[in-house]
Design a binder for this molecule. Structure first.
Ligand code: HEM
Length: 520
């Protein structure tokens, strides 16, 4: 009798255990992200195949994405790409891009994916990331339109920080950490145009803004992409503490500036005789755009100030990563090709006098440099899954091939796979910095031009509105560095690390630089 009781206890415990395990396993992968009828890439015939496929993505690099692209996308079929964070993503073939970008936000939502994939919902719970039209408009229209006017300031700040960071000593070379150096230079140069010289030269503010950018950057990847989705709220609330602290320290400096700018610009609108001309920088343009678009939410300086640090941190970090990739590509390239010298020659021919640095037409002549940065973005886009959208309608959406994708699934495109497809790029594995220069049969493609086969800035609606500014800044920076510094080539191009949805250049690489004699 006792034995029978023991046996039934074991059976009941096992059954309950199995039911619990099944429930956990079933919901471990976010169920709404897995549409039935679409095949997985990288899933094997094994117990808990879906979960193990997602786990392998933590160390798998680009393997699964490239494999899925070859096996499914090249035949016009979508596939499920397992993901870190246990949120798979449906990868569509490039022929579907036109269809995707034509869908309105109510059908395929861009914002919902960003909120989740960047962990914004958890990291900055009070942050309204769904309403930033004034900021986007200020960048897309006003910043881009005023690039010529602000170029002198941009160059002045960039030269000041390059000279400081890379040094003026022409007799001895100096070893510097590449990523940290570019981080500081790009932050200061961009900051001059985004928030003005007073703050870029304010060491306390710059310390807080760099700290905020680091915590915010690490937090978005950790929470939005690495932590399993069930634990995002928990881990997000922990990371939110330092992020909120540094954000409020930045806000202490920004807040009076925003309040003053808003009140005076508002007063000038009400009374055109009021004597006030604001400095031309992004803060002013944001209010101008908010007034022009009659943004109802902007009734004080506060709403825009609150969003500003987030924008600045995200926008500048992308330019830092892109500049680091471009310089690593150059320094690790075949020395016989002498690309660095060829870029120097081009820049020396363009920047003959001091005033050339302040003239935006100079930058239009840097064809080799434009192509070189574009080539690095082709090889190392900052995100792997591009044009991500969440399916919104209750009945799902129907893809151009007739397949239905249910509500809640994520759609996107495998950016590195498309940008390494030999149908679109000749010898895609070979670093060819001047690949985008015009030939007898092809026209020149500019760094900022997006297309179905070049997606590092996104494409169409929601594509990056800051790319003209980023291009301006990076070209000034590379022209100045190549003209004024010799840099020792690297033995080879160090590989990027894949962290969540981002390929990141190794942050520990050091380079040796020396100021050229005639330029001191
Ligand atoms: C090389 C540097 C940069 C790269 C590679 C880059 C890349 C991107 C990408 C991939 C997106 C998302 C597109 C999508 O979701 O489809 C984006 C969006 C955005 N970028 Fe950039 N970006 C850069 C620099 C900047 C700069 C300097 C600014 C601001 C001054 C900026 C402002 C923005 C904004 C506001 C958005 C959101 C657009 C929207 O949601 O409609 N970016 N960027």
């Amino acid at each position: 009798m006792k034995d029978l009781q023991d046996l039934s206890t074991v059976c009941v415990t096992t059954a309950v255990g199995l039911v619990c395990l099944t429930l956990v396993v079933r919901t471990w992968i976010r169920p709404e992200r897995v549409p039935l009828g679409i095949e997985w890439a990288g899933r094997r015939q094994e117990f808990f195949g879906d979960i193990r496929a997602c786990m392998r993505e933590y160390t798998g690099g680009l393997k699964t994405m490239l494999l899925g692209y070859k096996k499914f996308n090249l035949r016009g079929k979508p596939f499920i790409l397992p993901g870190t964070g246990f949120e798979p993503h449906v990868m569509l073939p490039p022929e579907f891009i036109k269809w995707l970008i034509d869908q309105p936000e109510g059908v395929l939502s861009h914002r919902l994916v960003q909120g989740e994939k960047l962990g914004l919902k958890y990291l900055l719970p009070a942050f309204d990331y769904t309403s930033d039209m004034a900021i986007i408009e200020a960048i897309r229209v006003h910043l881009t339109r005023n690039l010529g006017k602000v170029q002198g300031d941009l160059f002045d700040e960039m030269r000041h920080s390059v000279d400081q960071m890379l040094g003026l000593d022409e007799t001895e070379s100096k070893e510097v950490n590449l990523y940290d150096t570019l981080n500081e230079i790009v932050f200061k140069a961009s900051g001059r145009i985004l928030f003005g010289q007073d703050l870029t030269r304010n060491e306390k503010f710059m310390h807080y803004v760099l700290k905020f950018a680091t915590w915010f950057g690490m937090g978005t990847v950790l929470i939005g992409q690495l932590v399993p989705w069930q634990f995002r709220r928990l881990v997000g609330s922990l990371c939110a503490i330092p992020t909120a602290y540094y954000r409020s320290m930045c806000a202490n400096h920004l807040w009076p500036l925003f309040a003053e700018r808003y009140e005076n610009m508002q007063r000038k609108r009400d009374d055109p005789t009021f004597d006030y001309s604001p400095p031309e920088n992004l803060i002013t343009w944001m209010y101008r755009a908010a007034f022009d678009t009659k943004d109802q939410e902007i009734t004080s300086g506060k709403p825009l100030a609150a969003r500003f640090t987030v924008l600045v941190a995200g926008a500048i970090a992308t330019s830092v990563v892109t500049s680091t990739n471009a310089l690593l590509d150059l320094l690790g390239s075949d020395p016989d090709q002498d690309y660095y010298r060829l870029l120097r020659e081009e820049s020396e021919a363009v920047f003959l006098t001091e005033s050339d640095w302040n003239n935006s037409t100079s930058l239009l002549k840097l064809h080799r440099l434009d192509s070189t940065i574009r080539e690095s973005l082709r090889r190392h886009p900052i995100i792997l899954r591009g044009l991500s959208r969440q399916v919104m309608p209750k009945d799902g959406v129907t893809l151009p091939n007739g397949q239905n994708i249910p509500q809640g699934a994520w759609l996107g495109f495998p950016v590195p796979a498309i940008q390494n497809d030999s149908r679109y790029y000749n010898e895609p594995d070979v670093y060819t910095p001047f690949r985008f220069l015009p030939t007898e049969t092809t026209k020149r493609t500019m760094l900022v031009t997006t297309s179905d086969t070049f997606l590092p800035f996104g494409h169409a609606r929601h594509s990056c509105p800051g790319r003209w500014f980023a291009s301006h800044l990076m070209k000034l920076l590379f022209a100045y560095i190549t003209i004024h510094y010799d840099i020792e080539p690297l033995k080879e191009r160090p590989l990027n690390m894949i962290v969540g949805d981002h390929p990141i250049p190794p942050p520990w690489i050091k380079i040796r630089v020396r100021r050229r004699a005639r330029y001191t």
